[in-house]
Ligand binder design. Structure first.
Ligand SMILES: *Cc1c(COP(=O)(O)O)cnc(C)c1O
Length: 379
């Protein structure tokens, strides 16, 4: 089955008791058993819920995986992966990581004896150099936030296989429509479903997908034991959102390309960070592993002044000033004073997050309106 068909049909079927075409919201905590131990596969909703189950099967299919699990947030999904490790194990991760991922690694799991190394993965030899006999997990995020760096998943997966470490890819920015890490050699894929999969800025949720039976057992054991599951109503909303994922992401990509081309010619713009440009340092890798360049763009301004960036943010009318990304509406943010404000200025600048850097989540509105809005705000 092709992607669009899977998005609409995978994991879902007409309700057996009524024929309802939409998966019902099974808003229930427990299930009546016909006799002791004689149930229909559902005993308690932390462990299993039919609405969530349909969504888990659907998301797994989108990533070409056999097993899927949904969690109360993207971070709860990340938390589950790290709980597969033991004290003394080491993790190698990208250095321009999503801030919340960095926080859970450093402030929660480090004190349980897990060690984290952060390296620039644009050049994969830095991963190879960081591997030792305790390396149990390599954590990749690509494209990265907010600098849109691209990491070669296939090349990192070879290093992971050689060293016996698991490779997990945070595929939130790319979406399964543009990039399928399991096909490129990853063992596990993670999504902040909150973003493109949900797509309508109305749900916080996370997901994990894998093919290996042993990993899947661990994933479900931790999901059930730690209990950070997602709710039936949220599962329903995301099932509905995913039905248009392929349509939305196509439009996100088209709009983002137009916006990137507008920005690159603008006299006030210094640099545009978008993997679709041939001048992007990892454009070839992006072209190899993604079928489109996504809806996220960052850019900074000549003169590099915070006030100039703030002026644009204060003057936009179609764009909404907000954190998060991946919804149908265009969002604008200023990493240095919003998402990445907790990182010291020097550290920030090392990874390219300058004072005037602006991040756009280009929505699915009409491209002309989006560009007109940026043009007037920049004047
Ligand atoms: C938002 C985000 C997360 C965290 O997901 P939540 O759903 O907010 O918990 C992780 N990784 C990336 C790349 C994200 O954008």
């Amino acid at each position: 089955m092709k992607f669009g068909t899977k998005a609409i049909h995978a994991g879902v079927q007409a309700d057996e008791s009524t024929g309802a075409i939409m998966t019902p919201i099974y808003q229930t905590s427990t299930y009546v058993q016909d006799g002791i131990g004689n149930h229909k596969g559902y005993e308690y909703s932390r462990t299993q819920n039919p609405t969530r189950h349909a969504l888990e099967k659907n998301i797994a299919a989108l990533e070409n995986g056999k097993f899927g699990a949904c969690f109360g947030s993207g971070l709860a999904a990340i938390d589950c992966v790290i709980k597969m490790l033991n004290p003394g194990d080491e993790v190698i991760s990208t250095n321009d990581l999503y801030g919340g991922t960095f926080r859970v690694f450093k402030t929660i799991f480090e004190k349980y004896g897990i060690k984290f190394h952060f390296v620039g993965m644009g050049d994969v030899s830095s991963v190879e150099n960081a591997v030792n006999e305790n390396t149990k997990l390599i954590w990749v995020e690509t494209p990265t936030n907010p600098m849109m760096n691209i990491i070669d998943i296939q090349a990192v997966s070879k290093i992971a296989k050689k060293s016996g470490a698991m490779l997990c890819v945070d595929n939130t920015f790319a979406t399964p429509f543009l990039q399928n890490p399991l096909d490129l050699g990853a063992d596990m894929v993670m999504h902040s479903v909150t973003k493109y999969l949900g797509g309508h800025s109305d749900v916080v949720m996370g997901a994990l997908i894998c093919n290996d039976e042993f990993l899947a057992k661990e994933m479900y054991r931790i999901q059930n034991s730690s209990g950070a599951v997602t709710a039936p109503m949220d599962s329903f909303l995301v099932l509905r959102g995913i039905k248009t994922l392929h349509l939305r992401v196509q439009r996100h990509c088209e709009n983002a390309e137009k916006v990137a081309l507008f920005l690159v010619d603008h006299p006030k713009v210094n640099n545009v960070y978008w993997p679709g440009f041939e001048s992007h340092p990892n454009h070839t890798v992006a072209k190899k592993q993604m079928s489109g360049f996504g809806g996220m763009i960052s850019f900074d301004l000549k003169g590099n002044k915070t006030e100039d960036a703030h002026a644009i943010l204060n003057n936009v009318k179609v764009f909404a000033l907000a954190e998060s990304l991946g919804g149908v509406e265009s969002l604008i943010g200023h990493p240095a004073t919003m998402t990445h404000a907790s990182i010291p200025k020097e550290e920030r600048e090392k990874t390219g997050i300058s004072d005037s850097l602006i991040r756009l989540s280009v929505g699915v509105e009409d491209a002309e309106d989006i560009i007109d809005d940026l043009r007037q705000a920049m004047n």
